[in-house]
Design a protein around this ligand. Structure first.
Ligand SMILES: [Zn+2]
Length: 91
């Protein structure tokens, strides 16, 4: 594969990921469960999109805050609910 072709492919893949797609896969990304190409597209989109960078930062902060809560771990149902609300936030 030539580097030119690779670049064309990269920008094609990057262009394919919308803000909505980013918000859909952000939890997978944070859990490290994103497939390679989605990970690449995710990062390429973040490079171009301030809104999604901001969104990711807030998401990370929220998770950090949740993890810092004392003693009892957050019940998975509440954590899921919070993540769901985050996903709806951009709509
Ligand atoms: Zn975006």
């Amino acid at each position: 594969m030539t580097s030119k072709l690779k670049q064309a492919l990269m920008s094609y893949m990057a262009g394919n990921m919308t803000c909505k797609a980013v918000t859909n896969v952000i939890t997978d990304y944070l859990e490290g469960a994103l497939p390679f190409w989605d990970w690449v597209r995710f990062h390429m989109h973040l490079g171009m999109c301030f809104g999604c960078r901001n969104y990711l930062r807030q998401m990370k902060q929220t998770i950090k805050t949740l993890e810092k809560l004392p003693s009892e771990p957050m019940p998975p149902a509440i954590r899921d609910e919070l993540l769901k609300r985050f996903k709806d936030w951009k709509r």
